[in-house]
Write a protein that binds this ligand. Structure first.
Ligand code: SAM
Length: 366
């Protein structure tokens, strides 16, 4: 029998990696160094960062994972110099983590997907104790860091959604392009799968998630078709679901009519928006002064949450018509290098189609 070795910290059973204590000591000593980093100078460093990076990450070919999205922009924002300690809440294939590590930072790489963590662990093994993989959900980042004895970090990165590897694996049931079991769980230990949601949730609940998470105009028709179909036989595969949705939404363009419904189900199964909202609030206390919060989103629902959060917490004063003068905002805690989202350069969108809808928002702890 082959016993798989999982040398990462597993929050579920409390086992740690061997290198953890050493990592921790180094990371703690690194915290002292980071206080000198001058983030406001980042604009000046940007062009240099971009050229070094583009050449270096072209040379590194990944077999299954996409290239890290908005890589030069992340480097520019996070300034991952030696001594900084960064929490990557969506380590996935380790693309962003490697960028940060290569520039000297310590990285705590968290993911809820065992397979992703295994991959990242193997890919980044040469960084030894500078990289600490941890299985968990980023919405629990306060507990994860506390469990490591870490109070605050210098950066928090979230590159939201699923990875290409998860999407392209029919066995994970995320995609209507390949047939597979209806699953869509990023964390395979989670109880709720897409199959259960589609076959057991009430029609009104289906309508709500198709509207709220898929922005699907024909939510009620799709839900009705699903309820009709599952009354005859449970819907068990991605092709079956796609076919049922196709009965409610006729195909009028190259886009698969089931796109928005699949997105909605995936968001609901993984509690994606709730996890994001929780993580943003927790990030406030977990970032050290001048610490950087960098969030990459892929659709308007996520971006709206991040934008509202950052704007709400970056206004030093609030003004209301009924007040004689503006008052200090009790929630103020961030400076925004830009109030607008950063989008990929044309060259990146040509090279990596997944980056087309990406938006990066950055906030710096006051
Ligand atoms: C887009 S991929 C990240 C890719 C990574 N930045 C890279 O460069 O390789 C997103 C990853 O985040 C993970 N993920 C998504 N939501 C999560 C959550 N709430 N907690 C932990 N991991 C999550 C997914 O399992 C997936 O592996």
């Amino acid at each position: 029998m082959i016993i798989p070795i999982k040398p990462w910290l597993d929050l579920a059973n409390g086992k740690g990696s061997d290198g953890f204590n050493r990592f921790h000591r180094q990371a703690r000593s690194g915290l002292a160094l980071c206080a000198d980093a001058d983030i406001e100078e980042s604009d000046l460093l940007y062009p240099a960062a971009r050229s070094v990076l583009l050449s270096d990450h072209f040379n590194h070919r990944m077999e299954f994972y996409h290239d890290p999205i908005l890589a030069p922009e992340i480097l520019d924002a996070m300034q991952p110099i030696a001594g900084k300690q960064i929490f990557d809440g969506t380590v996935g294939g380790g693309g962003h983590a490697e960028l940060l590590l290569r520039h000297g930072a310590h990285v705590i790489g968290c993911d809820q997907d065992d397979e992703a963590l295994d991959y990242a662990q193997r890919r980044l093994s040469s960084y030894e104790d500078s990289f600490l993989p941890v299985r968990g959900n980023f919405r629990d980042m306060d507990g994860i860091l506390a469990g490591l004895g870490i109070g605050q970090v210098d950066g928090i990165l979230l590159d939201l959604g699923v990875s290409s590897r998860q999407l392209d694996n029919p066995g994970r049931g995320f995609s209507f392009r390949e047939n597979g079991p209806l699953d869509m769980r990023m964390d395979v230990r989670a109880v709720l799968s897409a199959k259960e949601l589609v076959n057991e949730w009430a029609e009104e609940e289906l309508i709500r998630i198709f509207r709220e998470y898929g922005e699907e105009r024909r939510a009620a028709r799709v839900a009705r078709e699903i309820v009709k179909a599952r009354g005859i036989k449970p819907i068990g595969t991605t092709f079956e679901l796609s076919e049922v949705v196709g009965r409610a939404i006729p195909k009028t363009s190259a886009k698969n009519p089931a796109t928005k419904v699949f997105q909605a189900i995936r968001i609901a199964v993984n509690g994606e928006l709730e996890a994001l909202e929780t993580a943003l609030e927790k990030a406030v206390n977990l970032l050290a002064p001048k610490g950087v919060l960098a969030i990459i989103t892929f659709h308007s629902l996520e971006d709206r949450i991040v934008k509202r959060f950052m704007h709400r917490r970056s206004n030093p004063f609030i003004d209301r018509p009924e007040w004689s003068e503006p008052r200090p905002n009790p929630e103020f805690c961030f400076y925004l290098p830009s109030r607008r989202a950063i989008e990929p350069e044309e060259e990146e969108t040509r090279r990596n189609s997944r980056s087309r809808s990406a938006k990066l928002r950055v906030a710096i702890k006051a």
